[in-house]
Design a protein around this ligand. Structure first.
Ligand code: FAD
Length: 390
């Protein structure tokens, strides 16, 4: 078998890359190890709206469950919150989707553009020669097959192995750059469907608890805890206790449980070698502050395809891709990473005070100094802690 490009993984990154490559006239094969694209779901299913047009994605009833106006950010007490409009609230706020249907929709667009797709077909190794990556070894049906190509796109997600098989070294993530997530889809609850809710503080060490409303009476209620702050079983204990304390949620019955890991790290050190581009979660493009990665996965998939269409040179295309990704994501990613690091250290009292203070500033224009002043004026006792983090 021979193709111009082989895409490993049919998540948002892979399907988007495959679509744009096929549309550009390349022969493309997308391999997916699971039998059913998008399933089982491992996602809170929140996405923002602003990037969809750039990717040619039209929101559809086929995969949108609920459209929200914005987010509510709660302090640890649960009594105090601020509302933020969807456009300011980060990459998980806009629509609550049916993720399995969304992934299938993206894969359908790749198929319609002309990409070949094989499900239940895992890549098991990279084929490498002196000139770089020249193909993929895959388990096709019961047997191993070599699929030769000019470019492989490693879109194989958070647990990505393909780049390592190809010989690209990357440092193992420290526990502080990983979040363990657990979520219930609860039926029979009541919540405000206009807002997604985020709860911060020691109720979710180094992360947060979320309530993402889906169709009437249903919501994804989940928790992410930083691995450096959480012991075994802690995520479940904290989430169960949050739900129990919250009368609007405690009546709910779980109809799905989702768990998984999320990287909250800086962008991966190297994103390419001759013949190989690393894309989406595999490139560590999840926003380290919010844990949202769908939009970045799709955008980087498009960037990878466009880079290959610009230069068929196996080294140059990778370099174009890496430069573009770094230009777009590196600075905001670094900012998010630092904020995540700081958030892990702050006390519940300070988080509560910040939420309080945010009521008195203009969220569209406030400066960090304005926020510090507002906190200091109501809670002078927190000045020492503020100085440490400012
Ligand atoms: P993936 O979606 O992981 O796709 C990788 C694909 O590659 C998978 O289908 C996998 O089966 C396949 N694959 C892996 N290895 C192989 C192989 N060897 N051969 C063939 N196929 C292979 N992001 C948001 O924006 N909003 C959210 O609300 C949100 N909530 C989340 C909640 C949880 C619990 C978790 C774990 C993540 C969440 N994320 C969220 C992150 C988001 O899911 C990812 O950022 C996004 O899926 C990245 O897309 P991707 O295509 O890079 O990787």
């Amino acid at each position: 078998m021979r193709y111009d490009c082989v895409v490993v993984g049919a998540g948002p990154a892979g399907s988007t890359a495959a679509r744009y490559l096929a549309r550009g006239g390349m022969s493309v094969l997308m391999l997916e190890k699971r039998p059913d694209i998008g399933s089982p779901v491992r996602c809170g299913e929140g996405i923002s709206r602003d990037w969809l047009g750039e990717l040619g994605i039209t929101p559809s009833d086929r995969w949108v469950d609920n459209e929200v106006k914005g987010a509510r950010i709660f302090g640890p007490s649960g009594n105090n919150y601020i509302s933020v409009s969807a456009s300011m609230a980060g990459n998980e706020v806009g629509y609550v989707i049916e993720r399995d249907k969304f992934d299938k929709y993206l894969a359908s667009m790749a198929a319609d553009a002309g990409a070949d797709i094989m499900v239940k077909t895992p890549a098991v190794d990279a084929i490498v020669d002196a000139g770089g990556v020249v193909g993929v070894k895959a388990r096709v049906g019961g047997r191993l097959e070599d699929i030769r190509c000019d470019f492989v796109l490693a879109c194989d997600g958070f647990e990505s192995e393909f780049a390592r098989w190809a010989g690209m070294k990357d440092f193992l993530l420290p526990p502080s750059d990983m979040v363990s997530a657990l979520q219930y889809r609860l039926r029979g609850i009541s919540c405000d469907r206009d807002y997604v809710d985020f709860h911060f503080g020691s109720i979710a060490p180094g992360g947060y608890i979320w309530v993402f409303p889906k169709s009437e009476g249903e919501a994804n209620v989940g928790i992410g805890v930083n691995l450096s702050r959480a012991g075994k079983g802690m995520a479940k204990e904290l989430l169960d206790s949050f739900i129990k304390r919250n009368p609007a949620l405690s009546r709910g019955k779980p109809i799905q449980v989702v768990s998984g890991g999320v990287s909250v790290s800086k962008v991966r050190k190297r994103l390419h070698m001759p013949g190989l581009l690393v894309v989406g979660d595999a490139a560590r493009l999840i926003d380290p502050l919010t844990g949202g990665g769908i939009s970045n996965a799709c955008i980087s998939g498009k960037m990878a395809a466009e880079s290959i269409l610009l230069s068929r040179d196996r080294q140059e295309a990778g370099q174009i891709y890496e430069d573009r990704v770094r230009e777009r994501f590196e600075v905001p990613h670094m900012r998010g990473w630092f904020m995540k690091e700081k958030l892990m250290e702050v006390s519940d009292e300070l988080i509560e005070a910040v939420v309080d203070a945010l009521h008195s500033v203009d969220l569209g224009t406030f400066s960090p100094q304005e926020l510090i002043n507002a906190v200091a004026s109501t809670r002078p006792s927190l000045m020492e802690e503020i100085r440490r983090f400012a």
